[in-house]
Design a binder for this molecule. Sequence first.
Ligand SMILES: Nc1ncnc2c1ncn2[C@@H]1O[C@H](COP(=O)(O)OP(=O)(O)O)[C@@H](O)[C@H]1O
Ligand code: SF4
Ligand SMILES: [Mg+2]
Length: 321
Amino acid sequence: MSEQPVLEVEDLTMHYTTRAGTVRAVDGVSFSVARGQALGLVGESGCGKSSIALTLLKLLPENARIVGGKVLIDGTDIVPLSEEELRAYRWDRISMVFQAAMNSLNPVYRVGEQIIEALELHVASAREESLERVRQLYDLVGLDPGFISRYPHEYSGGMKQRAIIAMALACEPDLIIADEPTTALDVIVQDRILREMRNIQAALAMSMIYISHDMAVIAEVSDVVGIMYAGKIVEMGGTTEVFKHPIHPYTRALMSAFPSVTGERHELMMLAGEPPNLLDPPPGCRFHPRCPYATDECRTEEPPTVRRGEHWATCWNPPEA
Ligand SMILES: Nc1ncnc2c1ncn2[C@@H]1O[C@H](COP(=O)(O)OP(=O)(O)O)[C@@H](O)[C@H]1O
Ligand code: SF4
Ligand SMILES: [Mg+2]
């Protein structure tokens, strides 16, 4: 594929300044997303997944600082852009669905009105046209258009999340970043919404970044997966390939924590110990304090990249498959 990726992230590093010191939340992360592709990012809570999502659109809190790297959208680096210049990218090119997004609906306005408002901020259109567009979007995300004029409290949790997805789709973005989009919902609703998002993504040839701590979710929706540990991507490749033949010991450990991913039984490798404190991450390989394969060099030197075609991982001693 020679077509330019929708998004290219190069060596991205982001820190938070806190009273306790510098939190190294994103450390030298690189990946790209092709048109129509779904990329999954998975890792334990606190490994930096949401920090990456927020950095990609520069929706950062005051104490966050992009220390290095590039975020190229259709070839343009948005890191140096001003808020004013970023407006052309947010929602129109890239939109987001957050975990707690369904709580962000304003309780005193009808849900349909809130989507129309989001739409009209970006696309000048007559009211009847906007309403028709919202009807189409409701259809697309599996909501009864009869609910357009209802208030948020009349929606279930799953319906609210569908409305948020409709809002994210409203401006026909090239890429949607969905950060734990269904984590707050029960498993059956979660499954149904994920499957529908996957269908919409395929039908519109849109790109997606799915973020989740749940390997099973990522396995279901992603073409390519990045495994994150302590602010870094430690393994990446085609989803089937990574889950069938994981290279990194952390990926193996995660998989045994989510045995439903492949349906196969894995030798259960418990993830003992805590995720590292990103105020003072371990030297060498950040996984070494928890890794059963750790050797001396793991404790002092950054691990090299091991490649099997497009599939790679960073490890000194990748265990035999
Ligand atoms: N606003 C903030 N200020 C300081 N530290 C933060 C802030 N937001 C997140 N962090 C820290 O950054 C690290 C990564 O967090 P986050 O990106 O939310 O992880 P994830 O989404 O994978 O759970 C964690 O150590 C977290 O405590
Ligand atoms: S580099 Fe060493 S500590 Fe890190 S995952 Fe590989 S074997 Fe384990
Ligand atoms: Mg998060």
